[in-house]
Ligand binder design. Sequence first.
Ligand code: 5AD
Ligand code: SF4
Length: 417
Amino acid sequence: MNVRDSEHIVAELKDEYKLTDDISKADLILINTCSVREKPVHKLFSEIGAFNKVRKNGSKIGVCGCTASHLGEEIFNKAPFVDFVLGARNVSKISEAVKTPKFISTDINYDESEFAFGEFRGSPYKAFVNIMIGCDKKCSYCIVPQTRGKEISIPAEIILNEASKAVQNGAKEIFLLGQNVNNYGKFFSSRHEKMDFSDLLVKISEIKGVERIRFTSPHPLHMDDKFLDIFTSNPKICKSMHMPLQSGSTKVLRDMRRGYDKEWFLNRALRLRKMCPEVSISTDIIVAYPTESEDDFKDTMEVLNEVKFEQIFSFKFSPRPLTAAENLPLIDNEIASKRLEILQSRHNEILDEIMKNQVGKIFDVYFEELRANGEVAGRSFSNFLVSVKGSEDLLGKILPVRIEKASRMVLYGKITA
Ligand code: 5AD
Ligand code: SF4
């Protein structure tokens, strides 16, 4: 979502500024920030300190995104050389921000859901399209509802228009974004035709030229049968699903206010595997949530062993301000690190096995990225990263590749046609 926010920022400024990789030449330096865990917040201040040292006279520095939302004025206090602070969900005010001394806007109730952003995309192949803003969940550990505000769906006409335009400009893949995408359509800021996420997926798939649809993040709670059916049967929807587990323990899930339990998660994940054998499932897991006992952690390991995720994003619990879990007593850091290590090393074993099993298969790969050593890489329909020897002629093409070798993160192969 931050990548898309950054694209929106560039789009709004592109008549006045050109992009540069050289900070010392920049008239405007923007940093877009995350605040989900504590570490990126510390990093913000070291990074802008470093920018401040190398920037040219008269240039401006702006801090955008979720940390801007939650720290607000504090950013000016800690880093007085910052020129403006622009919160997530206030992105459309960027043109005003760059012109106004010490501009600050961090209103999490600001409604940008129908704002017509200008056109800019970092990739010509894959188009990120926001389908909602904010999040209405109240996960006990999560700061996002306090930085991105209430959930509002973007009207389908705007989304479909944007997707059609991206396809006309050459993108074959539409990547739908939201904190809670399968809750799409619950609330619009003005009157709109009723539509849920499954309906939206079908509409996107009907756009001529769309060859692949991806989305993130769906919430396991809202993975109803209709959604799983459409996911499985629609030939344009890429067969990779993100299912943020967070914890495998029903007790911890209750403490986290996730709204589902271990059984529901396993039921959905295993049903999905059965309906759609080629699916790859990724997840987010938090270890050492303050109420997590050794037995609770074992439950998480059990789910990991049953679902055998193709990819996990795993984190130690990080206490965040403005959240219900902020003041809970922390689990000893050594224990937390140990749990994270156990989880990640078991996942690596599972992953090595999964990757090995792909050798010999043929995947359609959408080539998007030039790598070192004359390699070109792209994603299979089920989201494996596949690399072949080749040149930039391959970029933007979808071609069948026979897998010959596997490493933990990348499959290597040859184009078969
Ligand atoms: N501590 C650790 N991880 C967190 N996440 C969100 N909040 C926290 C926190 N306080 C993780 C969740 C979420 C992902 C984007 O970040 O797993 O799904
Ligand atoms: Fe945070 Fe929960 Fe919303 Fe995801 S669903 S953004 S974890 S509050």
